[in-house]
Write a protein that binds this ligand. Sequence first.
Ligand code: ADP
Ligand code: MG
Ligand code: MG
Length: 916
Amino acid sequence: MAQKYVYFFGGDKTEGNAKMKMLLGGKGANLAEMANLGIPVPPGFTITTEVCKYFYEHGETYPPELKEQVNDALKRVEEIMGKKFGDPSNPLLVSVRSGAPISMPGMMDTVLNLGLNDETVRGLAEKTGDERFAYDCYRRFVAMYGDVVLGLKPVGKDDVDPFEQVLEELKHRKGITYDNELDPESLKELVTLYKKLIKDRLGIDFPDDPEEQLWGAIGAVFKSWNNPRAIAYRELNDIPDDMGTAVNVQAMVFGNMGPDSATGVAFTRNPATGENVLYGEYLINAQGEDVVAGIRTPQPINKAQKTDPDSVSLEEAMPEVYEELERIRKLLDRHYRDMQDVEFTIERGKLWMLQTRSGKRTAFAALRIAVEMVEEGILTEEEAVMRVEPQQLTQLLRPTFDLKSKEKALADGAFLAKGLNAGPGAATGRVVFNAPDAEEWASRGEQVILVRMETSPEDIRGMHAAQGILTSRGGMTSHAALVARQMGKVCVVGCGALEIDYKKRQFTVNGRIVREGDWISLDGTTGEVFEGKIPTQPSEIVRVVVDKSLKPEESIVYRNYAKLMEWADRYRRLGVRTNADKPDQASVAIAFGAEGIGLCRTEHMFFEGRRIDTVREMILADDQEGREKALAKLLPMQKEDFKGIFRVMKGLPVTIRTLDPPLHEFLPADEKTAAELASSMGVPFEKLWAKIEALHEANPMLGHRGCRLGIVYPEITAMQVRAIFEAACEVQKEGIPVKPEIMIPLVGHVKELENQKKVIDEVACQVFQEQGVHVVYSVGTMIEVPRGAITADEIAKEAEFFSFGTNDLTQTVYGISRDDAGKFLHHYLEKEIWEYDPFERIDRDGVGQLMKIGVEKGRSTRADLKIGICGEHGGEPTSVEFCHQIGLDYVSCSPYRVPVARLAAAQAAIKERLKA
Ligand code: ADP
Ligand code: MG
Ligand code: MG
């Protein structure tokens, strides 16, 4: 038997179905599926993707059997429609539509009304009694065919569409605004003008023979598979080149047959909010793409959707058709078990469906649809958990711009520049250029945006005070981006178009000057920066969970979020902790579902208030005695911090890391601040400055930092753990359980850990004796240098837990300083040397392999070794999945990422189960 290249759909003889996307393309498979469901679909047939493959393998020719199969299918269409293709008295018209297995912009557009010529158009006019309609179809066909099949297109991006130009000239000459005002004579004239245009520009006669038209269009679809735009799109999206496209040939139905005809697009649920209502637009007496082309203002589908009282909804204009569409909406939504995006046409009061596919949606809609489909019995909880992208959840937590206002701002030319979208959400405020100003202005009740070339630990309080942060340098893992994510701040980084002048307190962008105090707005979700003030609204979830300013029952978004999270928690195996340095951050994280602190960075506490001076005093001391004097002043402060954290955590594990950064980070970098410090410490400036210079390191990232500090200055470790244990004992005495875990950074040799553990155990012993209580604690290490992972079996003999510090591990595995990577990272991505930024996603083949070794070796000597991750990767979905796969116990991430990690962890577990 000959191979089957053509699949029929419509009537009662449909041959395909939704599962055959690879063979029939998405459009064809779904047209067949709708026909199978008894939904009115104009009959037609699909030429398979196999023909496309054949076409390219055989010098752009067709399989010999194809012609007969097409003719047979066409005959069936003619029988059902009671018309004949090319018949001058009763012509069948068809559309020729491309349709690959994966929806692909850049391929051939659709040709409508194919089969018309000077004879058949008269037949159509007589048969329908509507000359205007017949010639409207004809002029549309000639323009479309001329454009997509014959290739008469605008040249260059400034050129106007040639057919459009002819149309505009004619409309101008006749003094009319809208296409549908063209009378039959004008339409006839248009056809002549179009054909002449084609002859003049391309030197060919427009084909009159319907058969020739049909094969011309089919060939054009197959050829468009390999046009440069389509190839580029496939490359970008990893779509195989040999997949091929299908071609759909389908009987035309006409939405342009007068006031009882129309065409439209709709969603089976609201794609912005997810509400379970029909949502869409339609246009009376129109065809095909008129609705989206903006030829006339489309009208809303239902009454509830109306914003303009003068508009007429389909519900009002054609109540019976609306009822039918509503019935089909429910049917499709339930059948496909997902929100659908549909195209329809109404011909003289009869509804026809022309396309269905899964619709694109916002994060809000994705969440609501997933949850409600469970409640409606359409999806299982597990499926719902898989339906929402973890990354999308961050969208739900951020304040957002009021959409209309943002559109208006864009239209008003307020757009300034675009940077990297480091912290999603919307922020608006007045520009300040340094952290102290940010704090001061904010304390006066001003909303500010902190604009810096880049930020440093000293800017933290200013960053906290600001609504948003904008930097001209740095990448997605720069200090600004990292801190902003931890704080849940809106942040745009690496906005290179900004020229910042700190002295003049202004920045320039493309010649426009923005001064201190001017209002700007940041869209951290897109990375856009605008001049002026765009109104924002806070996230409802944050208002319920964090601010407690909204009751849970008053927010649909919160209710859906809570449901989805509850289900996610049911399926996940990984624990989720947070990186938090302060009680308020910790309590936010707990509100988002964190089950402990995976990383408390003690050095962040050193920047509070005047503490930094005491820290500097400690660093600059000449001897141990001097250091201990300063440390004694720090002790009560750190202790209070830890008490605050233990109280909030109520017995949940708290992993506290001992001092990690190189000491020079705490020192003044300029002579003026140094002079102030010298006088407040009562030491000569020269002496202090010499000390600062002595601490300078050529390569601080690999310098005197991490456990190397505690090994050289054991008194620092001793002070820190004393603060931890005193705090723990005192809080425990208050009746609140505590669970401290002390973590030593940057360990590469087991003896480093041994050394520090000794200090810790000694201090613990002393404190417990003094306090008369005992606290259960554990000591572990970060694995963040390759040697640590490679000798994990040795290290695990001393460590009760591991936490992968994947920021440093990535730096040391790659031998790249993250702070300097900005200079070349984007080149690596552009040249596709890297597929993604390894500081954002775990590099499974490199860093990931070391992690695996660390896990296996670690557990080989300590079977119950608890292992987590506390690098930035802990809140990134693909990295979370990897952590699940290699058997970690938990991930730890910034507070606002906790929901993302919970969902990603659940998806990893479900995927694993589905595979098994
Ligand atoms: P795209 O893939 O770009 O959406 P389509 O093939 O869906 O292209 O067609 C473009 C427009 O033409 C759509 O509005 C569609 O509904 C309309 N259309 C396609 N085929 C027919 C037909 N047989 N009858 C009426 N309208 C049609
Ligand atoms: Mg379409
Ligand atoms: Mg580190």
